[in-house]
Design a protein around this ligand. Structure first.
Ligand code: ADE
Length: 485
């Protein structure tokens, strides 16, 4: 990796960076660090690089021309290579952290611009800078120390720079945890003993002890970091306090679809990564308000797990449609014996029109086409002969004939994007013969095969559906959830 530093103090940065581990990495050719003295490019006969700010004010500003010419000189030296990011180190920039160090370490080349005095003429910044970065909320006398800090942190993420490849990952800030306490010989020092677990030789025990200390330390010293630590794990823990009420949220996380936006002691807010749906549960109004304030209501849908949240969403964001549902979940692990009287298989996009004709309450046609392409909608088929009598009776308002296969589609079921089973429809001539049950058990089995917990959300007043779920052995929750769109 190549670093170029535009500075008024090249000796300062080079002597600081070319020693110890980074010095060794430069010798090995893993890094190159070069400094360009901005003063060498001034056209002023007294070698001046600064002047007074227009409009008055304290201090001096670095002029555009020498900075720009120093930058051009760097570009010429690296002729042919693709453009490099130019980082201006400034207290006005984005805050530098470990994840930024990791991201920047993927670049082949970086150019750092170090300011002095009160700053640099804005016009040259507009011309050359790609990133504005600060190392903290305090002001230093110049950009050299911040540039050195960043180059050090970035370099140690470059493969091969650290002797032990692992240590770049396991130290503080990895996964938003601070590092655990470490001990070396002697075993007893000033009557203080090394914790016994570290001497036991059981790696699993040592790892568990270290993780617990890291969590404890992060909670105490850096509550802001702890907030970001293991959001999915902490959300699951909270949601499991009422599994049935939260089955949709639990499954959304387990299936890797959830962006966990916030976990509090009194509530959780998720967003489905695919369709942007917000899922929220809170113990009280205050927690609910705080969680909802983190959402972007424009065009969004919400599933609220308490009535007060639903009322708040509706009032705050002028959302009009509210649907009240119950959650039902199949919590056993054993699959059903499949009902072989119907052939059930995934439908492809040739069924788009047929499905859309029966099911347009929630999805637009193109969305249904996408589901069909994905293979998440299953259809139940009957042999054509068997349906012939029914067809004449009903004028064929039912589903499409399956071209050339001698079969007729009698109904379908699918999995909604955020994870629930639904879209269940059996066409009129084929009702009351167990097709809904056959479709649902089929989908439950497919869901179990993926190691997921099958669940669905039923309209609270749909007694027929509640009865079907109970008959199939799903647990139906007593608490209501509220869909707001
Ligand atoms: N220049 C002066 N103070 C700075 C800071 N905190 N971060 C980056 N550059 C700076």
């Amino acid at each position: 990796m190549h670093f170029h530093i535009l500075t008024l103090f090249p000796d300062m940065v080079l002597s600081g960076l070319k020693t110890s581990i980074l010095g060794r990495a430069c010798e090995k050719g893993l890094l190159s660090i070069e400094a360009e003295n901005i003063r060498d490019y001034t056209k002023d006969k007294h070698k001046k690089v600064d002047d007074y700010p227009y409009g008055g004010g304290a201090g001096m500003l670095m002029q555009a021309q020498p900075v720009f010419d120093a930058y051009q000189a760097v570009l010429e030296k690296r002729a042919g290579a693709k453009t490099a990011r130019v980082i201006y180190v400034t207290p006005q920039g984005r805050l530098f952290d470990q994840s930024m160090a990791k991201e920047l370490a993927k670049e082949e080349e970086l150019i750092f611009l170090c300011g002095h005095y009160e700053g640099i003429d804005e016009r040259v910044l507009e011309e050359i800078v790609t990133d504005y970065v600060s190392i903290g909320d305090y002001v230093l006398t110049g950009g050299e120390l911040p540039a050195m800090v960043m180059i050090d942190a970035i370099s140690r993420m470059v493969p091969g720079v650290l002797k032990n490849e692992e240590s770049g990952e396991t130290e503080s800030f990895h996964e938003n945890l601070l590092e655990y306490p470490q001990y070396t010989r002697p075993e007893v020092w000033r009557e203080k003993e090394v914790p016994q677990v570290l001497l036991c030789g059981d790696h699993a025990k040592v790892d568990a002890w270290r993780l617990a200390r890291s969590v404890e330390r992060t909670k105490r010293q850096r509550p802001d970091l702890y907030e970001k630590y293991d959001l999915p794990g902490r959300a699951l823990l909270w949601l499991k306090q009422d599994r049935l009420l939260h089955m949709d949220m639990l499954e959304n996380i387990r299936r890797g679809r959830a962006r966990v936006l916030c976990v509090r002691e009194d509530g959780v807010l998720l967003q489905d990564k695919g369709n942007g749906l917000y899922m929220v549960s809170a113990q009280n109004r205050d927690a609910g308000e705080r969680l909802l304030s983190l959402t972007e209501p424009e065009g969004a849908e919400y599933v609220c797990h308490q009535r007060f949240l639903a009322d708040s969403v509706a009032a705050r964001f002028q959302k009009e449609t509210m649907q009240v549902c119950l959650q039902a979940a199949y919590t056993r692990k054993t699959p059903f014996a499949e009902d072989l009287s119907y052939e059930i298989r995934a439908l492809d996009e040739t069924f788009t029109e047929g499905i859309f004709a029966h099911y347009h309450a929630f999805y637009e046609k193109e969305k249904l086409r996408a589901f069909l392409k994905e293979g998440v909608i299953y259809g139940a088929f009957l042999p054509k002969e068997e349906t012939a009598r029914k067809e004449t009776e009903t004028d064929r308002t039912d589903g499409a004939e399956s071209g050339g296969t001698g079969q007729v589609l009698a109904g379908f079921i699918g999995t909604h994007e955020e994870g629930g089973m639904g879209m269940l429809e059996v066409f009129e001539p084929f009702r009351r013969r167990g097709i809904a049950q056959a479709l649902e058990t089929h989908l439950i089995n497919r869901t179990l095969e993926r190691g997921e917990t099958p669940y669905c959300q039923i309209f609270a007043e749909n007694e027929a559906s509640i009865a079907l779920q109970e008959k199939l052995g799903l647990k139906v929750g007593a608490k209501k959830i509220y869909w707001i769109s």
